[in-house]
Design a protein around this ligand. Sequence first.
Ligand code: NAD
Length: 494
Amino acid sequence: KTFETTLDTPAFKGSLSVPLGLYINGEFVDPIEGGEIDVINPANGRIITSIAAGTQADIDRAVDAAERAYKTSWGFKVPGAQRGKMLAKLAHLMKEKQSEFAALDALANGKAYNTAFSRDNSGAIAVMEYYAGWADKISGKTIEVNENKMAYTRHEPIGVVGQIIPWNVPMFSLSLKLAPALATGNTVILKPSELTPLSALLFCTLVAAAGFPPGVVNIVNGYGASAGHAIAAHPRVRKVAFTGSTLTGRKIMEAAARSNLKPVTLELGGKSPTVVFGDADVEQAVKWAIHGIYFNHGQNCSAGSRIYVQDTIYDEFLRGFTEQARAIRVGDPFATDTYQGPQVSETQFQRIMSYIASGKESGATVHLGGQRIGSEGYFMQPTIFTECTPDMKIVQEEIFGPVACLMRFGTEEEVLERANDTSYGLAAAVFTKDIDRAIRVAHALEAGTAWINCANQTEISMPFGGFKQSGIGRELGEYALENYTNVKAVHVNI
Ligand code: NAD
């Protein structure tokens, strides 16, 4: 089965054609148990198409294929330079279809086509290129022992790796999982989110053309509780890397521990603070704070959802922030001037609305927004809460929507205490012109990433990951290579 459609929109004109099966051992196959999942367009709530949904039996098949490929035609059997060339070719092929990838993500995720094109998919291509460059630079160390003994380390591939990704940046997530695993010589079974499976299916059509032998890359769609769990719990999957909610991360770690103690990399949720001191450039701070929370409809793990502003500039900041939040263009993902499309699903939309109700009940003030837009699709107003207190659910829990909590503070000591008062620790931003304070605060914030006078920035060469319950391990940069290699110590008696 193939999904075929032609779109004639302001942002994208063209045809889309996507096979809907499971991609196992280099070909599209039907699921053994014959399941399907409807893919919904969040801009109107209508079904776009139905994809094949894998279950345990399909994951078993994929593990067989990945094991076979690892033993016969991948790992150290293929020189790093050759693995790198395949990743570079993949990046090239992705670039040729960048507009189709962006259109598929705009359709199923609801994000603005222009954002999907210039952020997600450009990023995904750049990640492939970056790790293509690493593939022939994986090296161990020679360690001096004594005259009669030579010792060295090897960074060996782990083998069959499982990867499970969410829906918020579909192709970027796929790339940052697959690329380092393939560069280091592993074979992979990846499960995309059931909400946004279409771009990953288009991606499968490029894998063989890039030169990857069958079974090296397997992409199996399906529900988390069946296909996802089967990957995490599989005794022959040697490692699992997951991006998604903290709740699911806990389940993955449990399944990994019970099955074969496979190592886990977890990139989980966040409730990131943005701290604006009185001496900051207010205009710049407002601009970044808007990007921090509202980019991608607030559906960012690192969204700056708690904004602390020093008393002296609170009113000025609130005025500027409100003005810009009000000006955000919410609408059709395929219009050229849209900044915010619909939220990804009815479930997410209802979840956000229930947080808004909870904020009101607990005494916070809806300063802006808080309402649904229109009657079709899952569009919502950019929302600002003021008069928030530390114990409120809207201040403690990840909302994953366009909802900011603005709070005032007096001193540096006080704001640090409040900013760190959360179970999460993914990212944090600080705005000040005082260099000493900027660095002192960036170091004191409990977060895997600290931004000084900017927010929500990702550099491919920089590690990304969480402190506390925001995750385990680091992705991106050289650090991601550690997730996918076993270090072996070799002792040689001379
Ligand atoms: P989710 O946890 O519901 O689902 C993520 C993936 O896990 C999906 O593919 C899903 O099918 C699968 N899954 C669900 N239950 C499973 C189970 N029991 N076993 C195995 N797999 C299972 O998260 P989501 O709603 O898709 O994504 C939103 C969350 O992702 C947010 O909490 C966000 O903060 C987080 N996120 C984190 C990062 C990061 O880098 N830290 C990046 C993006 C998103």
